[in-house]
Design a protein around this ligand. Structure first.
Ligand code: NAD
Length: 438
Protein backbone atom coordinates (compact mmCIF):
# COMPACT_ATOMS: atom_id res chain seq x y z
CA UNK A 1 0.00 0.00 0.00
CA UNK A 2 1.61 3.25 -1.08
CA UNK A 3 0.13 6.14 0.94
CA UNK A 4 -1.00 5.59 4.52
CA UNK A 5 -3.69 8.26 4.80
CA UNK A 6 -7.32 7.64 5.73
CA UNK A 7 -7.81 5.32 2.75
CA UNK A 8 -4.44 3.57 2.58
CA UNK A 9 -4.00 2.89 6.28
CA UNK A 10 -7.58 1.71 6.87
CA UNK A 11 -7.38 -0.59 3.84
CA UNK A 12 -3.95 -1.88 4.85
CA UNK A 13 -5.01 -2.52 8.46
CA UNK A 14 -8.22 -4.31 7.51
CA UNK A 15 -6.40 -6.48 4.95
CA UNK A 16 -3.83 -7.37 7.62
CA UNK A 17 -6.58 -8.06 10.16
CA UNK A 18 -7.83 -10.80 7.84
CA UNK A 19 -4.41 -12.37 7.55
CA UNK A 20 -3.00 -10.73 4.42
CA UNK A 21 0.62 -9.70 4.81
CA UNK A 22 0.75 -6.01 4.00
CA UNK A 23 3.64 -3.61 3.52
CA UNK A 24 2.47 -0.05 4.14
CA UNK A 25 4.60 2.68 2.63
CA UNK A 26 4.49 6.40 3.29
CA UNK A 27 7.03 9.17 2.80
CA UNK A 28 5.89 10.99 5.93
CA UNK A 29 8.28 9.94 8.71
CA UNK A 30 5.99 11.11 11.50
CA UNK A 31 3.20 8.93 10.16
CA UNK A 32 5.48 5.91 9.91
CA UNK A 33 6.66 6.39 13.48
CA UNK A 34 3.13 6.69 14.76
CA UNK A 35 1.89 3.59 12.91
CA UNK A 36 4.92 1.58 14.01
CA UNK A 37 3.87 2.37 17.56
CA UNK A 38 0.42 0.96 16.66
CA UNK A 39 -1.12 4.42 16.90
CA UNK A 40 -3.11 5.83 13.99
CA UNK A 41 -1.81 9.24 12.90
CA UNK A 42 -5.42 10.46 12.66
CA UNK A 43 -8.68 9.85 14.50
CA UNK A 44 -10.54 6.87 13.07
CA UNK A 45 -12.66 4.67 15.36
CA UNK A 46 -11.44 1.06 15.55
CA UNK A 47 -8.18 1.69 13.73
CA UNK A 48 -5.85 1.65 16.76
CA UNK A 49 -7.34 -1.67 17.74
CA UNK A 50 -6.53 -3.17 14.34
CA UNK A 51 -3.04 -1.69 14.37
CA UNK A 52 -2.46 -3.15 17.82
CA UNK A 53 -3.32 -6.60 16.49
CA UNK A 54 -1.44 -6.41 13.20
CA UNK A 55 1.67 -4.26 13.73
CA UNK A 56 3.16 -6.22 16.62
CA UNK A 57 2.71 -9.52 14.78
CA UNK A 58 4.27 -7.87 11.71
CA UNK A 59 1.33 -8.86 9.49
CA UNK A 60 1.30 -5.16 8.71
CA UNK A 61 4.79 -3.76 8.27
CA UNK A 62 5.26 -0.05 7.64
CA UNK A 63 8.23 1.66 6.06
CA UNK A 64 9.28 4.61 3.92
CA UNK A 65 11.27 2.27 1.69
CA UNK A 66 9.33 1.82 -1.57
CA UNK A 67 11.69 -0.88 -2.78
CA UNK A 68 9.87 -3.21 -0.34
CA UNK A 69 7.01 -3.50 -2.85
CA UNK A 70 9.15 -5.90 -4.86
CA UNK A 71 8.47 -8.44 -2.11
CA UNK A 72 4.72 -8.21 -2.71
CA UNK A 73 2.40 -9.46 -5.45
CA UNK A 74 0.12 -6.47 -5.71
CA UNK A 75 0.56 -2.77 -4.90
CA UNK A 76 -2.23 -0.31 -4.29
CA UNK A 77 -1.63 3.40 -4.75
CA UNK A 78 -3.66 5.45 -2.26
CA UNK A 79 -1.87 8.78 -2.28
CA UNK A 80 -3.72 12.10 -2.24
CA UNK A 81 -5.20 13.68 -5.37
CA UNK A 82 -5.78 17.30 -4.35
CA UNK A 83 -7.02 20.17 -6.52
CA UNK A 84 -4.90 22.55 -8.52
CA UNK A 85 -5.81 26.22 -8.22
CA UNK A 86 -8.26 26.02 -11.16
CA UNK A 87 -10.06 23.06 -9.54
CA UNK A 88 -8.61 20.43 -11.88
CA UNK A 89 -6.96 17.34 -10.41
CA UNK A 90 -3.36 17.46 -9.20
CA UNK A 91 -1.75 14.15 -10.12
CA UNK A 92 1.72 14.95 -8.79
CA UNK A 93 1.57 12.36 -5.97
CA UNK A 94 0.06 9.66 -8.17
CA UNK A 95 2.75 10.17 -10.80
CA UNK A 96 5.56 10.10 -8.25
CA UNK A 97 4.21 7.00 -6.49
CA UNK A 98 3.81 5.24 -9.85
CA UNK A 99 7.37 6.10 -10.86
CA UNK A 100 8.70 4.77 -7.55
CA UNK A 101 6.60 1.62 -7.83
CA UNK A 102 7.86 0.98 -11.37
CA UNK A 103 11.49 1.50 -10.32
CA UNK A 104 10.99 -0.91 -7.42
CA UNK A 105 9.62 -3.74 -9.55
CA UNK A 106 12.06 -3.29 -12.44
CA UNK A 107 14.17 -6.28 -11.46
CA UNK A 108 11.25 -8.39 -10.28
CA UNK A 109 10.81 -11.66 -12.16
CA UNK A 110 7.30 -12.59 -11.15
CA UNK A 111 3.94 -11.03 -12.09
CA UNK A 112 2.99 -7.82 -10.26
CA UNK A 113 -0.27 -5.88 -10.31
CA UNK A 114 -0.49 -2.14 -9.70
CA UNK A 115 -3.85 -0.85 -8.49
CA UNK A 116 -4.92 2.79 -8.52
CA UNK A 117 -7.06 3.30 -5.45
CA UNK A 118 -6.74 7.08 -5.37
CA UNK A 119 -9.64 8.99 -6.90
CA UNK A 120 -8.50 9.98 -10.38
CA UNK A 121 -10.36 11.45 -13.36
CA UNK A 122 -11.37 9.04 -16.14
CA UNK A 123 -8.46 8.06 -18.33
CA UNK A 124 -5.77 8.65 -15.69
CA UNK A 125 -4.98 4.97 -15.10
CA UNK A 126 -4.50 4.23 -18.78
CA UNK A 127 -3.07 7.49 -20.12
CA UNK A 128 -1.01 8.79 -17.18
CA UNK A 129 -0.23 5.90 -14.82
CA UNK A 130 0.29 3.26 -17.50
CA UNK A 131 3.08 4.97 -19.50
CA UNK A 132 4.94 5.98 -16.32
CA UNK A 133 4.68 2.44 -14.93
CA UNK A 134 5.73 0.79 -18.20
CA UNK A 135 8.68 3.14 -18.61
CA UNK A 136 9.92 2.93 -15.00
CA UNK A 137 9.46 -0.83 -14.68
CA UNK A 138 10.77 -1.51 -18.17
CA UNK A 139 7.83 -3.86 -18.79
CA UNK A 140 4.70 -3.48 -20.89
CA UNK A 141 1.34 -4.04 -19.23
CA UNK A 142 0.29 -7.62 -20.01
CA UNK A 143 2.23 -10.75 -19.11
CA UNK A 144 4.67 -9.36 -16.54
CA UNK A 145 2.71 -6.55 -14.95
CA UNK A 146 -0.94 -5.69 -14.62
CA UNK A 147 -2.71 -2.39 -13.96
CA UNK A 148 -6.18 -1.87 -12.48
CA UNK A 149 -8.35 0.84 -11.11
CA UNK A 150 -10.15 0.09 -7.84
CA UNK A 151 -11.82 3.25 -6.49
CA UNK A 152 -12.56 3.54 -2.79
CA UNK A 153 -15.93 4.47 -1.27
CA UNK A 154 -15.18 4.42 2.46
CA UNK A 155 -16.34 7.24 4.74
CA UNK A 156 -14.12 8.78 7.38
CA UNK A 157 -15.50 8.09 10.84
CA UNK A 158 -16.67 4.62 9.76
CA UNK A 159 -13.72 3.79 7.54
CA UNK A 160 -12.76 0.52 9.26
CA UNK A 161 -16.23 -0.92 9.00
CA UNK A 162 -16.63 0.41 5.45
CA UNK A 163 -13.37 -1.27 4.44
CA UNK A 164 -14.46 -4.56 5.97
CA UNK A 165 -17.99 -4.36 4.53
CA UNK A 166 -18.07 -2.18 1.41
CA UNK A 167 -21.41 -1.64 -0.39
CA UNK A 168 -19.80 -2.42 -3.72
CA UNK A 169 -16.40 -3.23 -5.20
CA UNK A 170 -15.52 -1.82 -8.60
CA UNK A 171 -12.56 -3.19 -10.53
CA UNK A 172 -11.47 -1.43 -13.68
CA UNK A 173 -9.14 -3.59 -15.73
CA UNK A 174 -7.72 -3.84 -19.23
CA UNK A 175 -7.19 -7.60 -19.18
CA UNK A 176 -8.48 -10.74 -17.50
CA UNK A 177 -5.18 -11.60 -15.80
CA UNK A 178 -4.91 -8.41 -13.73
CA UNK A 179 -8.68 -8.30 -13.04
CA UNK A 180 -8.52 -11.94 -11.89
CA UNK A 181 -5.57 -11.31 -9.57
CA UNK A 182 -7.27 -8.36 -7.86
CA UNK A 183 -10.63 -10.13 -7.76
CA UNK A 184 -9.11 -13.21 -6.14
CA UNK A 185 -7.48 -11.08 -3.48
CA UNK A 186 -10.79 -9.36 -2.76
CA UNK A 187 -12.74 -12.62 -2.80
CA UNK A 188 -10.28 -14.01 -0.26
CA UNK A 189 -10.63 -10.87 1.82
CA UNK A 190 -14.44 -10.84 1.87
CA UNK A 191 -15.03 -14.58 2.05
CA UNK A 192 -18.69 -15.56 2.20
CA UNK A 193 -19.96 -12.02 2.84
CA UNK A 194 -18.78 -10.72 -0.47
CA UNK A 195 -20.16 -7.41 -1.70
CA UNK A 196 -21.35 -6.97 -5.29
CA UNK A 197 -18.28 -6.92 -7.50
CA UNK A 198 -18.32 -5.07 -10.77
CA UNK A 199 -15.54 -5.67 -13.24
CA UNK A 200 -15.37 -3.08 -15.96
CA UNK A 201 -13.01 -0.83 -17.91
CA UNK A 202 -10.65 1.44 -15.89
CA UNK A 203 -12.29 4.56 -17.31
CA UNK A 204 -15.74 3.37 -16.19
CA UNK A 205 -14.45 2.53 -12.71
CA UNK A 206 -12.87 5.96 -12.46
CA UNK A 207 -16.12 7.67 -13.47
CA UNK A 208 -18.14 5.54 -11.01
CA UNK A 209 -16.25 7.17 -8.14
CA UNK A 210 -17.02 10.70 -9.37
CA UNK A 211 -20.63 9.78 -10.14
CA UNK A 212 -21.01 8.49 -6.60
CA UNK A 213 -19.65 11.68 -5.05
CA UNK A 214 -21.69 13.86 -7.42
CA UNK A 215 -24.92 12.05 -6.46
CA UNK A 216 -24.13 12.22 -2.74
CA UNK A 217 -23.22 15.90 -2.87
CA UNK A 218 -26.39 16.55 -4.89
CA UNK A 219 -28.46 14.93 -2.15
CA UNK A 220 -26.90 17.19 0.47
CA UNK A 221 -27.49 20.34 -1.57
CA UNK A 222 -31.02 19.21 -2.44
CA UNK A 223 -32.04 18.54 1.16
CA UNK A 224 -30.41 21.81 2.22
CA UNK A 225 -32.42 23.67 -0.42
CA UNK A 226 -35.63 22.11 0.94
CA UNK A 227 -34.46 22.95 4.48
CA UNK A 228 -34.01 26.60 3.55
CA UNK A 229 -37.51 26.69 2.06
CA UNK A 230 -38.93 24.88 5.11
CA UNK A 231 -37.36 27.49 7.35
CA UNK A 232 -39.60 30.13 5.77
CA UNK A 233 -42.77 28.17 6.71
CA UNK A 234 -43.73 28.43 10.39
CA UNK A 235 -43.53 25.13 12.31
CA UNK A 236 -42.37 23.09 9.34
CA UNK A 237 -39.26 21.02 10.08
CA UNK A 238 -37.18 19.55 7.27
CA UNK A 239 -36.56 16.49 9.48
CA UNK A 240 -40.19 15.46 9.07
CA UNK A 241 -40.13 16.19 5.36
CA UNK A 242 -36.96 14.11 4.92
CA UNK A 243 -38.38 11.26 6.99
CA UNK A 244 -41.47 11.11 4.81
CA UNK A 245 -39.68 11.20 1.47
CA UNK A 246 -37.16 8.69 2.80
CA UNK A 247 -39.89 6.05 2.66
CA UNK A 248 -40.10 6.40 -1.11
CA UNK A 249 -37.73 3.72 -2.44
CA UNK A 250 -36.71 5.84 -5.42
CA UNK A 251 -35.40 8.38 -2.91
CA UNK A 252 -34.27 6.30 0.09
CA UNK A 253 -33.81 7.33 3.71
CA UNK A 254 -30.04 7.74 4.00
CA UNK A 255 -28.04 10.91 3.61
CA UNK A 256 -31.00 13.25 3.97
CA UNK A 257 -29.76 15.33 6.91
CA UNK A 258 -29.94 19.04 6.32
CA UNK A 259 -27.17 21.19 7.77
CA UNK A 260 -24.44 23.72 7.15
CA UNK A 261 -23.23 22.05 3.95
CA UNK A 262 -20.88 19.23 3.12
CA UNK A 263 -17.17 19.26 3.90
CA UNK A 264 -14.33 16.79 3.97
CA UNK A 265 -11.52 16.12 1.60
CA UNK A 266 -13.57 14.59 -1.21
CA UNK A 267 -16.88 16.14 -2.29
CA UNK A 268 -15.65 19.64 -3.09
CA UNK A 269 -12.39 18.56 -4.66
CA UNK A 270 -13.97 15.76 -6.67
CA UNK A 271 -16.83 17.92 -7.92
CA UNK A 272 -14.37 20.60 -8.96
CA UNK A 273 -12.20 18.00 -10.71
CA UNK A 274 -15.22 16.57 -12.54
CA UNK A 275 -16.47 20.02 -13.57
CA UNK A 276 -13.03 20.89 -14.87
CA UNK A 277 -12.63 17.52 -16.63
CA UNK A 278 -16.01 17.91 -18.26
CA UNK A 279 -15.47 21.52 -19.36
CA UNK A 280 -12.16 20.53 -20.96
CA UNK A 281 -14.21 18.13 -23.07
CA UNK A 282 -16.69 20.80 -24.15
CA UNK A 283 -19.57 20.17 -21.73
CA UNK A 284 -20.38 22.57 -18.91
CA UNK A 285 -22.08 20.47 -16.18
CA UNK A 286 -24.08 23.37 -14.71
CA UNK A 287 -25.86 21.13 -12.24
CA UNK A 288 -22.58 20.22 -10.55
CA UNK A 289 -21.72 23.91 -10.23
CA UNK A 290 -25.15 24.54 -8.69
CA UNK A 291 -24.51 21.79 -6.11
CA UNK A 292 -21.31 23.54 -5.13
CA UNK A 293 -22.86 27.02 -5.05
CA UNK A 294 -25.73 25.76 -2.90
CA UNK A 295 -23.20 24.24 -0.53
CA UNK A 296 -21.16 27.41 -0.30
CA UNK A 297 -24.34 29.40 0.39
CA UNK A 298 -25.11 27.32 3.51
CA UNK A 299 -22.13 28.93 5.26
CA UNK A 300 -23.38 32.42 4.41
CA UNK A 301 -26.72 31.32 5.75
CA UNK A 302 -25.33 30.19 9.13
CA UNK A 303 -23.59 33.55 9.51
CA UNK A 304 -26.73 35.44 8.42
CA UNK A 305 -28.89 33.49 10.90
CA UNK A 306 -26.44 34.35 13.68
CA UNK A 307 -26.65 38.00 12.71
CA UNK A 308 -30.42 37.89 12.61
CA UNK A 309 -30.48 36.48 16.13
CA UNK A 310 -27.77 38.61 17.72
CA UNK A 311 -27.90 41.80 15.66
CA UNK A 312 -24.56 43.16 14.44
CA UNK A 313 -21.80 40.63 15.14
CA UNK A 314 -19.19 43.37 15.42
CA UNK A 315 -17.23 42.73 18.60
CA UNK A 316 -19.51 39.84 19.62
CA UNK A 317 -18.15 36.59 21.01
CA UNK A 318 -19.37 33.59 19.03
CA UNK A 319 -18.76 30.03 20.23
CA UNK A 320 -18.37 27.45 17.47
CA UNK A 321 -18.98 23.92 18.71
CA UNK A 322 -17.38 21.47 16.34
CA UNK A 323 -14.63 21.91 13.75
CA UNK A 324 -14.42 18.44 12.16
CA UNK A 325 -16.40 18.16 8.93
CA UNK A 326 -18.52 15.52 10.65
CA UNK A 327 -18.46 13.55 13.89
CA UNK A 328 -16.15 10.56 14.30
CA UNK A 329 -13.21 12.20 12.53
CA UNK A 330 -10.50 14.78 13.17
CA UNK A 331 -10.48 15.88 9.54
CA UNK A 332 -11.07 19.59 9.00
CA UNK A 333 -10.30 19.62 5.28
CA UNK A 334 -12.99 21.74 3.56
CA UNK A 335 -15.07 21.60 6.76
CA UNK A 336 -18.15 23.84 6.83
CA UNK A 337 -16.95 25.12 10.23
CA UNK A 338 -13.91 26.72 8.60
CA UNK A 339 -16.10 28.55 6.06
CA UNK A 340 -18.53 29.66 8.76
CA UNK A 341 -15.71 30.94 11.00
CA UNK A 342 -14.42 32.95 8.06
CA UNK A 343 -17.90 34.51 7.50
CA UNK A 344 -18.37 35.24 11.23
CA UNK A 345 -14.99 36.92 11.48
CA UNK A 346 -15.70 39.01 8.38
CA UNK A 347 -18.79 40.26 10.19
CA UNK A 348 -16.56 41.38 13.07
CA UNK A 349 -17.19 38.52 15.52
CA UNK A 350 -14.46 37.06 17.70
CA UNK A 351 -14.68 33.29 17.58
CA UNK A 352 -13.98 30.77 20.32
CA UNK A 353 -14.03 27.17 19.11
CA UNK A 354 -13.96 23.67 20.52
CA UNK A 355 -13.86 20.20 18.99
CA UNK A 356 -13.25 16.94 20.88
CA UNK A 357 -11.00 15.48 18.15
CA UNK A 358 -10.09 18.03 15.50
CA UNK A 359 -8.36 20.78 17.50
CA UNK A 360 -4.77 19.82 16.51
CA UNK A 361 -5.68 19.89 12.82
CA UNK A 362 -7.79 23.04 13.19
CA UNK A 363 -4.94 24.83 14.98
CA UNK A 364 -2.76 24.34 11.90
CA UNK A 365 -5.46 25.85 9.69
CA UNK A 366 -6.76 28.66 11.89
CA UNK A 367 -3.53 30.18 13.15
CA UNK A 368 -4.34 33.28 15.27
CA UNK A 369 -7.88 33.36 13.90
CA UNK A 370 -9.81 31.83 16.76
CA UNK A 371 -9.45 31.22 20.45
CA UNK A 372 -9.51 27.49 21.27
CA UNK A 373 -11.46 26.40 24.34
CA UNK A 374 -10.74 23.38 26.53
CA UNK A 375 -14.21 21.92 26.34
CA UNK A 376 -17.71 22.77 25.15
CA UNK A 377 -18.68 24.47 28.42
CA UNK A 378 -15.72 26.82 28.46
CA UNK A 379 -16.38 27.56 24.79
CA UNK A 380 -19.89 28.85 25.46
CA UNK A 381 -18.92 30.73 28.64
CA UNK A 382 -19.71 34.42 28.22
CA UNK A 383 -20.60 33.98 24.53
CA UNK A 384 -23.19 36.12 22.76
CA UNK A 385 -24.00 33.33 20.34
CA UNK A 386 -23.30 29.62 19.94
CA UNK A 387 -23.18 27.86 16.58
CA UNK A 388 -23.26 24.04 16.54
CA UNK A 389 -21.23 22.90 13.54
CA UNK A 390 -20.50 19.20 14.21
CA UNK A 391 -22.92 16.58 15.55
CA UNK A 392 -20.64 15.19 18.31
CA UNK A 393 -22.36 13.23 21.10
CA UNK A 394 -20.59 15.45 23.66
CA UNK A 395 -22.58 18.43 22.40
CA UNK A 396 -25.86 16.51 22.44
CA UNK A 397 -25.41 16.13 26.19
CA UNK A 398 -25.60 19.92 26.74
CA UNK A 399 -28.92 21.03 28.24
CA UNK A 400 -30.82 24.35 27.88
CA UNK A 401 -29.80 25.21 31.47
CA UNK A 402 -26.13 24.91 30.49
CA UNK A 403 -26.54 27.56 27.83
CA UNK A 404 -28.62 29.75 30.16
CA UNK A 405 -26.01 29.50 32.89
CA UNK A 406 -22.84 29.87 30.82
CA UNK A 407 -23.67 32.22 27.98
CA UNK A 408 -23.92 35.97 28.11
CA UNK A 409 -27.06 35.74 25.96
CA UNK A 410 -28.45 32.31 25.03
CA UNK A 411 -28.49 32.68 21.23
CA UNK A 412 -28.07 29.29 19.60
CA UNK A 413 -27.82 28.37 15.94
CA UNK A 414 -28.25 24.63 15.74
CA UNK A 415 -26.79 24.06 12.27
CA UNK A 416 -26.71 20.27 12.86
CA UNK A 417 -30.18 20.11 14.38
CA UNK A 418 -29.00 18.11 17.39
CA UNK A 419 -31.27 19.66 20.05
CA UNK A 420 -34.97 19.12 20.62
CA UNK A 421 -36.60 22.48 19.71
CA UNK A 422 -39.50 22.15 22.18
CA UNK A 423 -36.99 22.14 25.07
CA UNK A 424 -35.35 25.32 23.85
CA UNK A 425 -38.41 27.57 23.65
CA UNK A 426 -37.17 29.83 26.46
CA UNK A 427 -33.89 30.44 24.66
CA UNK A 428 -33.18 32.28 21.40
CA UNK A 429 -32.88 29.08 19.47
CA UNK A 430 -32.74 28.68 15.71
CA UNK A 431 -32.63 25.23 14.18
CA UNK A 432 -31.57 25.17 10.54
CA UNK A 433 -34.45 23.87 8.47
CA UNK A 434 -37.16 24.60 11.03
CA UNK A 435 -39.62 27.37 10.24
CA UNK A 436 -40.29 29.69 13.16
CA UNK A 437 -43.40 31.75 13.80
CA UNK A 438 -41.37 34.16 15.99
P1 NAD B 1 -4.36 11.48 2.73
O1 NAD B 1 -3.90 12.82 2.32
O2 NAD B 1 -4.97 11.27 4.07
O3 NAD B 1 -3.17 10.42 2.59
C1 NAD B 1 -2.31 10.33 1.50
C2 NAD B 1 -0.99 9.76 2.00
O4 NAD B 1 -0.13 9.49 0.89
C3 NAD B 1 -0.22 10.69 2.93
O5 NAD B 1 0.06 10.03 4.15
C4 NAD B 1 1.06 11.02 2.16
O6 NAD B 1 2.17 11.21 3.00
C5 NAD B 1 1.20 9.78 1.30
N1 NAD B 1 2.02 9.93 0.09
C6 NAD B 1 1.97 10.87 -0.87
N2 NAD B 1 2.87 10.62 -1.83
C7 NAD B 1 3.53 9.49 -1.47
C8 NAD B 1 4.56 8.72 -2.06
N3 NAD B 1 5.11 9.04 -3.22
N4 NAD B 1 4.99 7.62 -1.40
C9 NAD B 1 4.44 7.27 -0.22
N5 NAD B 1 3.45 7.94 0.37
C10 NAD B 1 3.00 9.05 -0.25
O7 NAD B 1 -5.38 11.03 1.59
P2 NAD B 1 -6.71 10.14 1.76
O8 NAD B 1 -7.78 10.95 2.36
O9 NAD B 1 -6.36 8.80 2.31
O10 NAD B 1 -7.09 9.97 0.20
C11 NAD B 1 -6.30 9.21 -0.67
C12 NAD B 1 -7.05 9.07 -2.00
O11 NAD B 1 -8.27 8.37 -1.78
C13 NAD B 1 -7.46 10.40 -2.63
O12 NAD B 1 -7.42 10.28 -4.01
C14 NAD B 1 -8.89 10.58 -2.16
O13 NAD B 1 -9.64 11.38 -3.04
C15 NAD B 1 -9.40 9.16 -2.17
N6 NAD B 1 -10.48 8.88 -1.24
C16 NAD B 1 -10.48 9.44 0.01
C17 NAD B 1 -11.52 9.14 0.88
C18 NAD B 1 -11.56 9.76 2.26
O14 NAD B 1 -12.62 9.68 2.90
N7 NAD B 1 -10.50 10.34 2.75
C19 NAD B 1 -12.54 8.26 0.50
C20 NAD B 1 -12.49 7.68 -0.76
C21 NAD B 1 -11.46 8.00 -1.63
Amino acid sequence: MIGLGYVGLCTAATLASRGFRVVGIDNDETKIRSVRGAKAPFHEPGLNNLLGKTIKKKILYVTDDVSMVSDTQLTQIAVGTPSLEDGSIDLTYVKKATQELGDAIRAKQTYHVAVVKSTVVPGTTNTIVRPILEQSSGKPIGEKIGLCSNPEFLREGTAVNDSLHPDVVVIGANDAKSAGTLKNLLLGFHGKNRPPMIVTRPETAELVKYASNAFLAARVSCVNTIANIAQAIPDVDVTEVAKAIGHIPRIGALFLEAGPGYGGSCFHKDLQALISFSKERGYDPTMLSAIEETNEYQSDRVAALSEKLVGSLMGKRVAVLGLAFKNGTDDVREAASIRVIDRLRKKGASVVAYDPAAMPNAKKLLVNEVEFAEDERSAIKGADCCVVMTEWDEFKRLRPKDFLREMKTPNIIDARRIFEPSKYEELNYVRMGLGSSK
